[in-house]
Design a protein around this ligand. Structure first.
Ligand SMILES: Nc1ncnc2c1ncn2[C@@H]1O[C@H](COP(=O)(O)OP(=O)(O)OP(=O)(O)O)[C@@H](O)[C@H]1O
Length: 397
């Protein structure tokens, strides 16, 4: 059955849930819109896979070794819907799954039509295997940030950030809402948020209670944040390097002074503590980066829509991910107009526009090396598990 007929049928029945339950309809979706390898890649690096080598969903679901899928792209292109639909599909194929949103502007709750707020794992209802959702909450991060500062007195995160020249920022984080700051971010804020995010992600991934989950799907923040998170180890390496040098100089100066007056070398103690903290942080960052780069366990899936702006941003995102050696194999082109034999003037214009953007993808040597999965623009909003299951069965095949 052509996609257009399917969608006509969907709008005629007006009952999306019924459609979702109808296996007959689901299995009859033919593939005018589906995975298709584009051109041969112009360059293959270890982290980049040829389109032809990219496995279909059957292989994404195979095996019980834990796998991470990170979905990212420009704001509003459908990252959350794609991530949530993938998580539902994994769970319905027997994988205990967690879907995590690291986007400060969460929409997992809206997508699942369930309250998933609170920064803790919440079970998602209506799936066959355990599926938990987690919205990493900026408010909670801020709270933890504050309590760490209070507990640690003269050391801890505040000191660390002070030491990194982010002192004003750490005060702002304590005083202000992250959401407000995000609207007009002062210099350094993104890095600070990325630092705290990366630490949370790592703690989450390494915690014993999560080891039973075999698929972890990340709904990442829009491009800029994700890239900063990835480039963080370099940023930290250079900042920490500079910091340590400075601290050593200060420590030796203060120890020289203190031994002159016969006092305890307290300055050196603080400097050593700080060095330890910075070292720990650097290690965490390195683990986050390693996780992102491990092609055996991790895949970053770029989500875009067929507009020139979104495609250009995807191209930049792809280039940056390659630079960071993050494995990228798939590109989801979401919200593609389904075929129709009778376009209205508006639809015809829109379709022309989309074709132009799809052409750009075809002619972009890097993007066309990815397996392109076209997902249709549905005529109903994708909300709730049945709708996500429906979407997942169309997209993840
Ligand atoms: N293929 C589709 N057909 C119809 N509607 C869609 C499709 N994909 C996503 N949507 C709708 O588009 C809106 C934005 O989707 P979603 O929240 O998944 O995007 P996002 O990229 O995660 O956004 P943000 O960057 O704000 O987090 C939602 O209302 C969603 O239901």
């Amino acid at each position: 059955m052509a996609m257009a007929a399917l969608f006509n049928r969907a709008s005629k029945t007006q009952t999306f849930n019924l459609l979702c339950r109808s296996n007959r309809i689901l299995t009859s979706i033919s593939s005018p819109i589906q995975t298709k390898p584009l051109k041969a890649p112009f360059q293959v690096r270890s982290a980049v896979t040829r389109a032809d080598d990219v496995v279909a969903f059957d292989e994404m679901v195979a095996g019980i070794q834990r796998k991470y899928y990170m979905l990212g792209g420009k704001g509003g292109v459908g990252k959350t819907s794609c991530a949530a639909s993938l998580a539902v599909k994994f769970a319905n194929h027997g994988h205990p799954t967690i879907v995590v949103s690291t986007d400060p502007a969460h929409s997992l709750s809206d997508s699942f039509a369930q309250d998933l707020t609170g920064g803790a794992l919440v079970p998602v209802e209506g799936v066959d295997s355990p599926l938990f959702a987690l919205e990493i909450s900026p408010e909670k991060a801020r709270e933890e940030f504050r309590s760490k500062n209070q507990k640690s007195g003269d050391s801890g995160v505040k000191n660390l950030m002070d030491g990194m020249g982010l002192g004003t920022l750490s005060n702002q984080l304590e005083e202000l809402k992250l959401g407000e700051l995000l609207d007009t971010p002062p210099p350094g804020l993104d890095e600070a948020i990325a630092i705290s995010k990366a630490c949370e992600v790592m703690e989450f991934v390494e915690t014993q209670e999560y080891t039973t989950f075999t698929r972890i799907v990340f709904d990442t923040a829009p491009t800029g944040h994700t890239l900063r998170l990835l480039s963080l180890p370099d940023f930290l390496d250079s900042s920490i390097g500079k910091m340590m040098k400075l601290k050593r100089k200060l420590a030796s100066a203060s120890s020289a002074l203190k031994s002159l007056f016969g006092k305890k070398e307290a300055g050196q103690d603080i400097s050593e503590k700080l060095e330890d903290k910075l070292g720990e942080l650097r290690e965490k960052m390195a683990r986050v980066r390693h996780l992102f780069q491990d092609s055996d366990t991790t895949e970053f899936i770029i989500v875009t829509i067929p507009t020139v702006m979104a495609v250009n941003e995807s191209s930049r995102l792809h280039a940056s991910l390659r630079k960071e050696s993050v494995p990228v194999r798939r590109l989801i082109v979401n919200q593609v107009l389904p075929p129709s034999t009778s376009d209205c003037k508006f639809c015809a214009m829109k379709r022309k526009d989309q074709m132009r953007a799809l052409d750009i993808i075809q002619n972009d040597p890097a993007l066309s090396s990815l397996r392109s999965i076209q997902a249709p623009l549905f005529d109903v909003e994708i909300r709730g598990v049945p709708a996500l299951k429906f979407m997942g069965d169309v997209v993840w095949r």
